[in-house]
Design a protein around this ligand. Structure first.
Ligand SMILES: *Cc1c(COP(=O)(O)O)cnc(C)c1O
Length: 390
């Protein structure tokens, strides 16, 4: 069974993408800005009480940043390079957070000098750097969270500290004349288990309570990203996430919520992008070989990094050669044996698919173009074309 295009795009959305795709040589990404606008408006409707900080790393294209800027979104930034990009698009620094807990003292100073006053941290060394290079700034403290097993792209182990350490850091921040502002967590990207937010919010409640006893009142909860995009592995719909997460929040914090921040990346931009590729070769390894190998002109190093460990299972769509499908091992074009997207997970494709046939990788707007190598084997970075957004 191959996928049903209607599960992913409306006829209008697809036609716009398709007609742009017809103009260009593969491989490339087409981003339909109308779909990003729709995702953004939906998220605002589902979380009317939250401030949105778009995680720029998921798709840092100027077209995307400008659209979200005009929709009133704020920006979560991880490096001075992202900062330069976003500031050059006339976003004011009071709409920016420096959300990376791993940063040089010189980077903190750079952000401070550009006017940014909201910083994430999860360690004493970094906190002391913030106190020194960005005096008086608001700081939020990232805690470790569970959910690594149910997130398709976990982010929960490398970042964050134990809640007790976060408490110590908050108290220290106060003595360093910083403004200890809130607590953040990220339950892991493409988090399929909504309960991951429940346990994280409970930890935040514990921290708020403890600090109340120390006469410190935190003002904000940053619930990170992790909201789903529509891939092969099913998830609940966004409205179910919103309803459940809102319930967890009100159970723990009542109706008098602190400021709530969301940092969506994937859920904001993934569905807007389609990666268009072409089949280069279909072959077998021996006359009696069972497996059919299919090589495309896009691979793990020019856009499909998130197929590492076959983590993200992109829906594949192919118009050519009829309905009858078979399984293929799908690999990229470079001379690297890691450049195999799917070997164990088998995406069905038309049995008689041939070189030069096009394969459309759906839901590819996040973590593709920005992740592509600059010239591995001489292949250029992935190009992006934009449609919609008017
Ligand atoms: C990557 C990242 C995000 C975005 O996560 P998604 O799962 O793509 O929504 C949000 N916040 C931080 C701190 C991140 O590093």
């Amino acid at each position: 069974m191959s996928i049903n295009l209607n599960d992913y795009y409306s006829a209008d959305e697809w036609n716009l993408i398709k007609s742009e795709a017809a103009k260009h040589e593969t491989p490339f990404l087409v981003v339909n800005l109308d779909i990003i606008r729709k995702s953004c408006q939906e998220l605002k409707r589902f979380f009317p009480y939250a401030k949105i900080y778009y995680a720029v790393k998921s798709n840092p294209a100027p077209e995307v940043i400008s659209l979200l800027r005009d929709l009133g979104v704020n920006f979560d930034i991880a490096s001075r390079y992202e900062l330069d990009r976003v500031l050059s698009l006339e976003v004011s620094p009071d709409r920016i957070s420096y959300g990376n807990t791993i940063k040089k003292a010189t980077d903190i100073r750079y952000f401070y000098e550009k006017g940014v006053r909201l910083f994430a941290t999860d360690s004493e060394y970094d906190l002391r750097n913030i106190a020194k290079e960005a005096p008086g700034s608001k700081v939020f403290f990232r805690i470790l969270s569970e959910g690594g097993e149910t997130a398709d792209w976990p982010l929960s182990r490398k970042f964050g500290c134990h809640p007790d350490m976060a408490i110590d850091l908050v108290i220290l921040a106060k003595t360093l004349n910083l403004d200890p502002y809130g607590i953040s967590f990220h339950v892991g990207s493409q988090q399929r288990e909504i309960g991951a937010w429940d346990s994280a919010i409970a930890k935040v409640r514990y921290i708020f309570n403890y600090l109340n006893g120390e006469n410190i009142q935190l003002k904000m909860i940053n619930m990170g990203g992790g909201f789903p995009a529509n891939y092969i592995s099913k998830t609940n719909e966004m409205d179910v996430y919103a309803e459940e997460i809102t319930r967890y929040l009100t159970e723990d914090f009542g109706d008098d919520l602190p400021e709530i921040i969301l940092e969506p990346g994937r859920s904001m931009v993934a569905e807007a992008g389609v990666l268009v590729s072409e089949v280069v070769l279909v072959s077998k390894k021996s006359a009696t070989g069972i497996d059919k190998w299919l090589y495309t002109d896009v691979g793990r190093f020019n856009g499909l990094v998130e197929t590492f460990d076959e983590s993200i299972k992109y829906p594949l769509y192919c118009e050519a050669r009829g309905e009858y499908c078979e399984d293929f091992i799908i690999a990229g074009p470079t001379c690297d044996s890691q450049d195999i997207m799917y070997e164990y997970f088998r995406n069905p494709l038309p049995a008689y698919i041939k070189p030069t046939d096009r394969i459309y990788w759906l839901t590819c707007g996040a973590y593709t173009a920005s992740y592509a190598a600059v010239e591995f084997n001489g292949f250029p970075p992935l190009k992006t074309y934009f449609v919609g957004g008017k």
